[in-house]
Design a protein around this ligand. Structure first.
Ligand code: G3H
Ligand code: 13P
Ligand code: ZN
Length: 322
């Protein structure tokens, strides 16, 4: 199956009321762990790379790892997505590499500038049939440094933003943040806001900062010499409530990192004589697979891989301009 535009995956999810995980990658074992989970659950899947991931892998290594995922899984719909692109140059670079979707995240800019920059990216990306995600509002974690404050999406801005930019997917801020320390007290999401926004626009809605930081992963890391006190994430029932109210794409990075780290730490502590990277990266990969099988089932994407004929980005391009 060729790589599909992210819009095709999300449109089907939205219409059929399930969520699709978008999982971040930086290396081969992460890509393989995700794909093994998608294969076992027969899930459509979004693999995404941040600017940091592209830099870490010198772009070309990551490109070929992602392409290997499609060659190795010809029956699964896979979209390759740029996560948190912040300018047109990086978007162009991702499209050159063969990505079928990009995010332009300039939500820290004033509203009108966000619209202007997003629109430029949409004009460029749609010319290749590539899907575009943008963002309104700010999350904690990587974004709070820019804006210095966390701001939920203003529902009054959503319709105008979507109409003026022509985006395919919109990331909204509903109280989550990036990383392993999302909440100091009880996790609380603005689920009503999801519903309010979903009622105003037709585009797929995206939830960033969706790692659950499972207690068992945190405890395993801490048991084997790690130090992640008070790590806390979004409970799965809250994510399911968000999906029920209109979220279609669920971004997860931290949990995969924790699964891999916990597995590697266990090998290092229990078998200090081992020094072959396969002896610890293999269990790391397996831990990601195990974790993501449960997520794909919980989000509802499991079993949907064969629901539609794959669309090429050339076909997507024709649709944008028809
Ligand atoms: O949204 C942020 C992702 O977790 C990527 O993080 O910039 O450290 O690769 P990164
Ligand atoms: P987490 O840090 O919760 O995994 O969020 C990842 C994310 O939003 C990537 O864009
Ligand atoms: Zn994010």
């Amino acid at each position: 199956m060729p790589l599909v535009p992210m819009k095709q995956i999300l449109d089907h999810a939205q219409k059929n009321h399930y969520g699709v995980g978008a999982f971040n990658v930086n290396n081969m074992e992460q890509v393989q762990g995700i794909m093994a989970a998608a294969k076992e659950t027969q899930s459509p899947v979004i693999i995404q790379a941040s600017r940091g991931a592209l830099k870490y892998t010198n772009f070309v290594y990551l490109k070929h790892l992602m392409l290997a995922a499609t060659e190795d899984n010809p029956d699964l719909p896979i979209a390759i997505h740029l996560d948190h692109g912040d300018n047109l140059e990086i978007v162009k670079k991702a499209i050159d590499l063969g990505f079928t979707s990009v995010m332009i995240d300039v939500s820290s800019m004033p509203f009108e500038e966000n619209i202007k920059t997003t629109k430029e990216v949409v004009n460029y990306a749609h010319g290749f049939g590539v899907s575009v995600e943008a963002e309104l509002g700010t999350l904690g974690g990587i974004e709070e440094d820019v804006s210095n404050e966390v701001q939920l999406t203003d529902p009054a801005q959503v319709k105008e933003f979507v109409e003026k930019t022509g985006v395919d997917a919109l990331a909204i801020a509903i109280g989550t943040s990036h990383g392993a320390y999302k909440f100091k007290a009880e996790p609380k999401l603005a689920i009503d806001l999801v519903k309010e926004i979903a009622d105003k626009v037709k585009v797929a809605l995206v939830m960033h900062g969706s790692s659950s930081v499972p207690a068992e992963l945190r405890d395993q890391i801490n048991k084997y010499g790690g130090n992640m006190p008070n790590a806390c994430g979004v409970p799965i029932p809250s994510i399911q409530a968000a999906i029920k109210n209109g979220i279609a794409k669920i971004n997860v990075d931290t949990d995969s990192r924790m699964a891999m780290t916990g597995a590697i730490r266990k090998v290092f502590i229990e078998s200090p004589e081992k020094f072959d990277p396969r002896d610890y990266l293999g269990p790391g990969r397996e831990a990601i697979k195990k974790l993501l099988i449960t997520k794909m089932q919980a989000f509802g994407q499991a079993g949907h891989a064969g629901d539609y004929e794959p669309m090429t980005i050339e076909q997507a391009k024709e649709k944008y301009y028809s």
